[in-house]
Design a protein around this ligand. Structure first.
Ligand code: ZN
Length: 429
């Protein structure tokens, strides 16, 4: 199949375009990434100056890099940033010097258990430098003098992030957040960017949604801390939220609950996975992982979970050069987007109703709602869904509550509620 003829193919093509860019928590790579996304959605780009205090943190210096290499005694590039941006430890300070192998080795990192892969490392808050290499490359180095060059800069600049708000009928918000700070890494980073962008584009193409949707494209940790520090009042409008990451691999879906554990987003995501027909797992909240750590810090305690496929750290390719364009596939991206759309459908249409004919069952037949023909299991199911909605709609149970109690999908229960409302048997409270 033509890779670009499907939504998954389009998402994958976006990832392929973003893949070569050297991103970090600040710098031109982030700007270039956000500018590419602006072709698809009207992202607002924010620049927060170095030194800005953000709660217990400070916006760091801006890091940029143009080239880096290690030359052997013959002047040959044995490690070359131009071949993979993972070769340089992110936030490496500039360096240009000659040294013997013993000294150089202190600055080299490899993965002996996966000798062909290059690890991904950072040194954001500790001024240092280093190279990541495949273990094969490391083993091939002879004891000679090397010339090391990292042409980078660490200067007063900005932390850059992207934001897009789709205004809904309500000022209550749904937050969709993804990190944009990893260089050539696909599942961790680019898959979330591709999904969030396409979800935003889809929502924008629809009519005005019930909720307002806020999309954040931010560097991990320092980005969410910065956004929360600069938008503390705004954060109170967030009613539901999801951190998007690791949505392009072949693993089964995993939902990590918000700190609250029983928020509507937790119940909606779990409901969707339960009715997806595929295997899935749920994780209780724990204070590690992605930006949900900040959104779920006790001073905010926002209802933000994380809907992913394979969780970070659970696959060997995580934070290595093997998290590449082969590791993610269009069909998995497309399936992940479909699950997110299912969750959005629940959030948009969940409501609590009252049965306007609560004394015994209303007669469905005379209203054209009773269409069961002997043996028509679909009609019987529709009727049962209506009976559940009528019975539990006493103003205490939402349609999601009713779906879970009835063991039916939200879509079936919503359809029944729509039919009952259209006949004047049900009213939203
Ligand atoms: Zn990561």
């Amino acid at each position: 199949m033509d890779k670009t003829s499907t939504v998954g193919g389009t998402m994958y093509a976006l990832m392929a375009e973003l893949y070569p860019i050297c991103r970090s928590i600040t710098g031109e790579g982030v700007r270039e990434t956000l500018h590419i996304l602006q072709r698809l959605i009207p992202l607002e780009i924010h620049e927060v100056p170095t030194g800005t205090p953000v709660f217990d943190w400070t916006v760091p210096k801006e890091w940029n890099i143009s080239d880096a290499y290690i030359l052997d005694g013959q002047g040959k590039r044995v490690v070359d940033f131009q071949k993979s941006n993972l070769h340089v430890i992110s936030y490496s300070q500039p360096v240009r010097q000659k040294m013997r192998l013993a000294e150089l080795r202190k600055h080299l990192f490899s993965l002996p258990e996966h000798p062909e892969w290059i690890p991904y490392r950072t040194t954001y808050y500790n001024e240092d430098w280093g190279f990541c290499v495949s273990h094969r490359q490391l083993e091939a180095l002879r004891d000679e003098e090397y010339e090391v060059s990292i042409d980078s800069s660490l200067t007063d600049g900005h932390l850059t992030y992207g934001e897009y708000l789709i205004e809904g009928q309500s000022q209550d918000e749904v937050l969709i957040s993804c990190h944009i700070c990893h260089p050539s890494l696909c599942n961790d980073n680019l898959s979330g960017i591709a999904l969030a962008t396409h979800l935003a584009a889809w929502l924008k193409s629809q009519g005005k949604p019930r909720y307002s949707y806020r999309f954040l494209f931010i560097p991990g940790t320092i980005g969410s801390i910065t956004w929360l520090a600069l938008n503390e009042a705004q954060a109170g409008r967030i009613r539901h939220g999801l951190v998007v990451t690791c949505v392009g691999d072949s693993g089964q879906f995993t939902y990590k609950k918000s700190r609250r554990g029983d928020a509507e987003i937790d119940r909606a995501a779990i409901h969707v996975l339960k009715h997806s027909g595929a295997a899935w797992t749920v994780q209780e909240f724990f204070p590690y992982g992605y930006d949900e750590r900040q959104y779920c810090s006790p001073g905010f305690d926002l209802p933000v979970g994380c809907l992913m496929r394979s969780p970070h750290g659970s696959f060997p390719e995580y934070h290595t050069s093997a998290d590449n364009l082969e590791f993610v596939r269009p069909e998995y991206l497309e399936e992940s987007l479909a699950r997110y759309l299912d969750v959005v459908e629940v959030l948009e249409h969940n409501r609590t109703c009252v049965n306007l004919n609560p004394r015994c069952e209303p007669q469905l037949g005379k209203r054209g709602l009773y269409q069961a023909i002997g043996g028509d299991s679909e009609a019987a199911k529709k009727q049962l869904a209506m009976l559940w909605v009528l019975n539990l709609s006493d103003g205490r149970y939402s349609l999601l509550d009713i779906s879970d109690r009835a063991g039916m999908s939200f879509r079936e229960i919503k359809r029944a509620a729509d039919a009952l409302e259209s006949k004047g048997l049900l009213r939203v409270v």
